[in-house]
Design a binder for this molecule. Structure first.
Ligand code: PA5
Length: 461
């Protein structure tokens, strides 16, 4: 059983706000163009993510390192941000038991905790570093560019702490994951002899979860990275199918793009009905937003806005807006067929019918009924929605989901007519930051920043 995409409610007549029922037929030529774009990039060697599941050698090396480290460590600390943090976070929350870092060693099967630093908030960073014993840790410094200010700052803080422990500790504790040639991290690794794993140059940060970016932290906490990649490889085969109706990533991309461009539905909600998949939505947000929000080559701006949600929690927060707010959204649910555990709701208070109806059902039944009810309610109000059905949350099926979303993003980039693999829009903010910090070479950026409007007391209440 593999991941399926049920798009009934994305189309008319199931949903009167849906796209025409023959949308896949009319999109066939555009999809063929998207397939050609992806093929051309793969042939040119610039689009590397589809090949990642085939790299058994890197997985073997990571497993050796993880196993050799396992009994020596209690914690893995990950320095990284953006694509270097969201993927690892997603893998831990989907594929480790809930509240992994709160479990004792036995309940973790002997594997260490995993802490993903991500943001540069000194309060959370300080709290983490106060309690981790770095002599019993591995610190994974993950940066494709090897120069991101946040990640490098995290690294410098940890490196200073390691040096205080003694000259041998940086080499023992640190692992770098970066470009094979470029960047400061690579240079330091060469000088200091630090164990380093490569991020292939043809794989951008947000597409990198199946490189050592995601596989190293996953291996260090005992996730079955072979099964993860086997699932991804199986989905790759389906996403290489040139017949749109048989290609789940193609259908997802074509329908989201169509709703955005034809129906003005530019907000794309991803709403898993499983806590384990909450971070899949957060990972998808970066993939969809940073890949597709772009200036068109001939001018003009495109790009859907992804929005993460969680069922049922967001039925009590965002669904009112999805139902009655502007007609500017599609909703994609993720439904898990076998949650792996269930709890029967006790039959108590028989004299209170408003409560007694729950008894004898399970918590899982309730979760699923609420998802189906919400989908039906949205469809009957003309609000398009689809459902990704995942048989269970295990490594193989999460690998499938990852590959499906990555291919969908690649196809959508081609449909929008933009380059889905760069992120020029984040550069100016970075240059201003470097200017403010006095980084050599960024004096003009500092001067430009200083020319910007200053806070106006008249605009401060
Ligand atoms: O997708 C991307 O390329 C970015 O979001 C990066 O992941 C993020 O900026 C971190 O970059 P790096 O891995 O170079 O430190």
């Amino acid at each position: 059983m593999s991941v399926r995409f049920d798009f009934t409610n994305m189309l008319r007549p199931a949903c009167h706000g849906g796209l025409p029922a023959d949308s896949l037929v009319t999109a066939a030529a555009a999809f063929a163009g998207a397939v050609a774009d992806v093929k051309a990039r793969r042939a040119a060697g610039t689009l590397g993510f589809p090949l990642l599941p085939d790299d058994a050698a890197v997985r073997a090396a990571l497993k050796v390192d993880a196993l050799a480290s396992r009994d020596e460590i209690d914690d893995v600390v990950l320095c990284g941000i953006g694509g270097s943090a969201l993927g690892p976070n997603m893998l831990r929350s989907a594929l480790c038991p809930p509240r992994w870092n709160e479990l004792d060693r036995k309940a973790r099967g002997g594997w260490p905790r995993l802490h993903v630093m991500d943001n540069v908030d000194p309060v959370s960073m300080g709290a983490l570093l106060d309690r981790v014993n770095l002599k019993r840790a591995r610190v994974l410094v993950i940066s494709k560019s090897g120069g991101t200010a946040e990640t490098m700052s995290q690294y410098l803080v940890v490196r200073a702490m390691l040096e205080q422990l003694g000259a041998e500790w940086p080499k023992t504790v640190l692992r770098f994951i970066t470009d094979p040639e470029k960047g400061v991290l690579r240079a330091i690794a060469r000088t200091d002899g630090i164990v380093t794993y490569d991020i292939p140059p043809s794989v951008g940060g947000r597409f990198s979860v199946l490189t050592p970016v995601g596989l190293a932290p996953a291996a260090f906490i005992g996730i079955d990275i072979d099964a993860l990649c086997a699932g991804a490889a199986a989905m790759r085969t389906r996403c290489e199918n040139e017949s749109l109706a048989k290609n789940p990533a193609g259908v997802f991309a074509v329908l989201q793009h169509g709703h955005d461009q034809v129906n003005g539905r530019s907000i794309h909600v991803l709403m898993p009905y499983a806590d384990a998949l909450r971070d899949v939505a957060n990972w998808f947000v970066q993939l969809w937003a940073e890949s597709l929000g772009k200036v068109l080559p001939g001018g003009g701006n495109v790009g859907p806005t992804p929005l993460p949600a969680l069922g049922t929690t967001d039925q009590h927060a965002q669904v009112q807006n999805f139902m009655e707010g502007p007609h500017d959204k599609t909703v994609t649910f993720i439904a898990v067929e076998q949650l792996g555990r269930d709890i029967t709701i006790p039959s108590l208070h028989a004299n209170y019918p408003d409560l007694a109806y729950l008894g004898g059902n399970t918590i899982g039944d309730l979760l699923d009924a609420e998802r189906r009810a919400t989908a039906g309610a949205l469809a009957s109000s003309g609000r398009p929605n689809g459902v990704l059905q995942i048989p269970c949350v295990d490594a193989a099926h999460v690998g499938e989901l990852i590959m499906l979303f990555e291919f969908a993003t690649a196809f959508a980039g081609a449909l929008y007519g933009i380059n889905a693999y760069d992120q020029p829009g984040v550069e100016l903010g970075k240059q201003f930051t470097y200017g403010i910090f006095g980084r050599p070479g960024f004096e003009a950026d500092r001067a430009r920043f200083d020319q910007l409007a200053q806070p106006d007391p008249a605009c401060n209440v």
